[in-house]
Design a protein around this ligand. Structure first.
Ligand code: NAD
Length: 238
């Protein structure tokens, strides 16, 4: 199988798109650590899958990152794949959004992904292999009214991905970003159907459709791909 012998960490893996990535990686042979704040959902998912474990992770904490990487290495071995998927959204325009909510989105969505790469990439560099997939958004390529903090954080993830890909030049480590449109998850299901009714593919996306893209980038199938941005949005941004 594509991920036989590979070790992956998926942040925000307890539910939504992250849980879909976890299931698909495990189904293709990977040993997966689910890093999330949601203990009950995360442990429940890990129990369903023979080669998965839950680890309580707060992506905004450097200490929490060191702890998940240490436990992953102890239990499964060195990390081959990091999926930086954890994310939050608070809506509000430039005048309405509270500075606290703006700061929190930067902290979880942007700083969280930075800390993950900061802790995991040195090991990948030393082993000469690894793949990081950072989950941005279609909102990391455009703007939308009422999304100022989320848009800022997701453009940051997109830019940071390119900088990290360049930092990893010649090392055998690849870093890419994925940009989903509206996807059927606890976060995406609140979106108005009008949003996707105008798309060339006029429906909401399914988590598994995003997982196929994420797993491609995580795998050796994407061996000539780094610093790239991969839209999966039903044509929302065309
Ligand atoms: P979701 O809300 O269903 O899941 C997000 C997960 O992240 C949850 O399990 C949550 O507990 C976890 N999380 C939040 N803060 C965390 C923290 N500090 N530390 C660790 N885990 C934390 O959302 P989703 O729709 O599955 O979103 C997954 C990713 O995709 C997010 O980055 C989101 O911004 C992005 N995205 C979602 C959509 C969509 O329509 N659903 C569209 C574009 C991008």
């Amino acid at each position: 199988m594509r991920f036989d012998g590979k070790v992956a960490i998926v942040t925000g893996g307890a539910r939504g798109m992250g849980a879909s990535h976890v299931r698909k990686l495990a189904a293709e042979g990977a040993q997966v650590v689910i890093g999330d704040l949601l203990e009950e959902e995360g442990k429940g998912l890990a129990e369903e899958l023979p080669a998965a474990r839950f680890h309580h992770l707060d992506v905004t904490s450097e200490h929490s990152w060191s702890s998940i990487v240490r436990e992953t290495e102890d239990v499964f071995g060195a990390v081959d794949i990091l999926i930086n998927n954890a994310g939050i959204v608070h809506f509000g325009g430039v005048e309405a959004l509270s500075p606290e909510h703006f700061r929190r989105m930067i902290d979880v969505n942007l700083m969280g992904a930075f800390l993950g790469m900061h802790v995991v990439l040195p090991g990948m560099r030393s082993r000469g292999r690894g793949s990081v997939v950072n989950i941005s958004s279609a909102a990391g390529l455009t703007g939308f009214s009422g999304g100022i903090g989320y848009v800022a954080s997701k453009w940051g993830v997109r830019g940071m991905t390119k900088a990290a890909a360049l930092d990893m030049s010649g090392t055998g480590v690849r870093v890419n970003s994925v940009h989903p449109g509206v996807i059927r998850t606890p976060m995406g299901s609140s979106a108005s159907p009008e949003l996707f009714a105008r798309q060339p593919i006029p429906r909401i996306g399914e988590p598994e459709e995003v997982s196929r893209m994420v797993l491609f980038l995580a795998s050796d199938d994407a061996s000539y791909t780094t610093g790239g941005e991969f839209l999966i949005d039903g044509g929302q941004t065309v």
